[in-house]
Design a protein around this ligand. Structure first.
Ligand code: RB5
Length: 160
């Protein structure tokens, strides 16, 4: 893993704050550099504000990886997937965490602080970090299709 990829951006709202603190400690002990983009303790905040910070940093290639936490993880994953080039996966089991990297090359992982316990969340994040993207023809082709859809949607603007 390069130095760049040992740097991880992380953020949560109040629903994910406790799990964020636990994961930060765990990842620091594994030698990762963690940049916490908020929210702070006891702050009741709006998850889009904090999800956008991490997703934008990943979208701009300032970070290779980001971690987002809210109560269910749903809001954060919706927000993160609005950003160009972000492939955010909401995960609550180890198998899906591995597949999120191996097949989908997810660059943001999202976990629900009110859904997933600390031990499981650590295992989920570890599985995602420790798995390599399998860049074979079929997975590459599928990710290219996602990128093409994203491009087309952005160029066309939103239509109802
Ligand atoms: C905040 O109460 C809650 O809605 C948020 O943490 C998250 O679960 C949203 O998807």
């Amino acid at each position: 893993m390069s130095n760049m990829s040992r740097k991880i951006a992380i953020a949560s709202d109040h629903g994910g704050y406790e799990l964020k603190e636990d994961l930060k400690g765990h990842l620091l002990s594994r030698g990762f550099e963690i940049v916490d983009m908020g929210a702070g303790k006891d702050e009741s905040v709006d998850y889009p504000d904090f999800g956008a910070l991490v997703a934008e940093a990943v979208s701009k290639n300032e970070f290779e990886r980001g971690i987002l936490l809210c109560g269910t993880g749903i809001g954060m994953s919706i927000v993160a997937n609005k950003f160009k080039g972000v492939r955010a996966a909401l995960v609550s089991d180890v198998f899906s965490a591995r597949m999120a990297k191996e097949h989908n090359n997810a660059n943001v992982i999202v976990v629900g602080g009110r859904v997933t316990g600390k031990e499981l969340a650590r295992a989920v994040v570890d599985a995602w970090l420790d798995t390599e993207y399998r860049a074979d023809e079929r997975h590459r082709r599928r990710l290219e299709k996602i990128a093409a859809i994203e491009k087309k949607q952005c160029e066309g603007g939103h239509r109802r």
